[in-house]
Each structure stands twice: as structure tokens, then as C-alpha cells.
Write a new protein. Sequence first.
Length: 108
Amino acid sequence: MNMISPIFTDVGALADIPRLGARCVKTAMGDIAIFRTADDRVFALRDQCPHKHGPLSQGIVHGTSVTCPLHAWVISLETGEVEGPDDGCTKRFSVKLENGRVLLAVAP
């Protein structure tokens, strides 16, 4: 089985994203929100709530979730799934940290 490895692109320093905050990265695939948790983990989601397309990068990060700024839907940073009682999902992207830099998988 031949697996294609993702291509990671440096999108900035972890220090540039506040703890419990986010940064929006514009890509050919659309805007992607990079989130930083209180314990310095990073997650990446399409910067669009599945409800009314609110900008998740402007939401409130708590634990491993983000609350959409428009209608308070709560989305898991780990899965992209909306947490009950609502239903929906936003696309996740692979992201990792290397030497204090945030690397985002933008292809394939």
C-alpha cells in the first residue's frame, strides 16, 4: 500500500498565536484557523462554522473546543465535530509543531 505523505508548510511561530487563541491562514483551499490551547497544543480547522459559516478563528477557545462567535455552537478542535445538542462538522487539517514553528498540511 502506497501512502502519500502530506506536505507541511511553515505558517508561523507558535509564539505568534496567543494561548487560547487562533490565527487565520489564507490558503488555496480557503481560510484555515490555527488554534492554540492553554497547554500549547495546536489544531487546524476550516475557518467556518458548519451552522451559519461564522469565523471560528474569532471564537472563544476553551479546553480542546472553540465556541463560534455568531451563535455559540461549540466545535471540537480534535475532530471538527459540533458538540451536542447541535449537529454538524467542519473540516480538520493536519498541523504539527517543530522547533517552535507551526506546520500546516496543505497538500495532498
